[in-house]
Design a protein around this ligand. Structure first.
Ligand code: CUA
Length: 371
């Protein structure tokens, strides 16, 4: 609407001008229509994600809730304060000089006195920037050391993070849990520290794990294990994103980190450790799943499905989203996803299985029971 009104006002103004103005206004109308059309289509096809993500408190790097993110934020403000002060000092002196010493009509038409060489001034403008650089380098090194060289804290929860095109696998080796895209960690209070230690690997290309409010970015490199840690001291859901271009669906390789008080986290762990729910009413759906190629990519504990190429689906419905943050995890979107994943996530490596309508309904009815 705003585009349309803005566009129309410009057209009215343009109409009073020449014919060149008229072609300008046509151009504006076309741009306005395209922007309305693209906004509308983007809104129609965000599969519930826009509304869901708006519920999550944002704030990114400047509202940290975990020690590594906090160290980075303090350093960022410090560097911003120093460089901001330099900008104001230099910009202020420049503005002052331009105004105070501008050419005036009363000036004599000759060059001003030329001054050469002043050891004191030259020493000052070499030494002061050097000192500033040394201070910035030392504080940065200290922060990098605090964040990256930290030893693995005792009693940490261990999580293996494996980057795939285009989703995240989270394994808790000590707890016997494998899940995807939504990382659950306990709240870490000063009185009861409960940090989480992440070991990051890649199954294919380079990715980067980045949840701005919890920590800086850490790359996931094929054939290498990188480590990082978080100790969130506020409960909630934190959004993250793959931060290294990794192919077609890099943009839809989102992360949700769910930080819960210890008792809630323990309940989540206990539920995730169970095998998949079994219900006779949806037995045909399971049969469809087991007799198709689904099982060569997905694992479901308690069934014959042991694939590891795609996400573990044992507790699929305990997750908020599908396709690594591509759609909200509702039965309706799940059906669209199983019918043709590319409709929600173009380029997704899961193929459309070409199930009949009846098979599709049954397999989705079974998947909905995977709580
Ligand atoms: Cu994974 Cu970008």
């Amino acid at each position: 609407m705003i585009n349309l009104v803005g566009g129309r006002r410009k057209i009215d103004l343009a109409a009073t001008r020449s014919s060149a103005g008229r072609s300008d206004s046509l151009f504006i109308v076309i741009i306005a229509l395209i922007s309305i059309a693209t906004t509308a289509s983007a809104r129609a096809e965000d599969w519930g994600m826009g509304a869901a993500n708006r519920q999550i408190a944002h704030g990114a790097v400047f509202s940290p809730v975990s020690t590594p993110a906090n160290s980075i934020s303090v350093l960022a403000w410090f560097a911003l304060a120093i460089t901001g002060a330099i900008f104001i000092a230099v910009g202020g002196l420049l503005t002052y000089s331009i105004i105070r010493f501008r050419a005036r009509p009363s000036d004599e038409p000759r060059e001003p006195a030329q001054l050469y060489g002043s050891n004191q001034i030259e020493f000052a403008w070499t030494a002061i920037p050097l000192l500033i650089v040394i201070v910035l380098v030392l504080t940065t090194i200290r922060t990098i050391y605090d964040v990256q060289a930290a030893a693995e804290p005792p009693n940490a929860i261990h999580v293996r993070v494996i980057g795939h095109q285009w989703w995240w696998e989270f394994q808790y080796p000590d707890l016997g849990i494998t899940t995807a895209n939504e990382l659950h960690v306990p709240l870490s209070e000063p009185a009861h520290p409960a940090p989480t230690w992440l070991e990051l690997e890649s199954a294919d290309v380079a990715h980067s794990f980045w949840v701005p409010r919890l920590a800086g970015k850490t790359d996931l490199i094929p054939g290498r294990i990188n480590t990082m840690w978080i100790d969130p001291h506020k409960t909630g859901v934190y959004l993250g994103q793959c931060a290294e271009f990794c192919g077609t669906e890099h943009a839809l390789m989102m992360i949700r980190v769910v930080v819960e008080p210890r008792p809630a986290f323990d309940r989540w762990v206990a539920a995730q450790q169970l095998p998949a729910a079994k219900q006779d009413a949806v037995a045909h759906g399971l049969q469809v799943f087991e007799s198709n190629a689904c099982v060569s990519c997905h694992a479901v504990k308690g069934t014959s499905a042991r694939g590891t190429f795609g996400p573990d689906l044992t507790h699929l419905m305990s997750r908020q989203t599908l396709g690594s943050g591509a759609a909200m995890n509702t039965p309706a979107y799940l059906k669209i996803w199983v019918r043709d994943p590319a409709r929600i996530k173009p380029g997704a490596l899961m193929p459309a299985m070409n199930l009949s309508e009846h098979e599709l309904d049954d397999v989705v009815a079974w998947m909905v029971t995977l709580k």
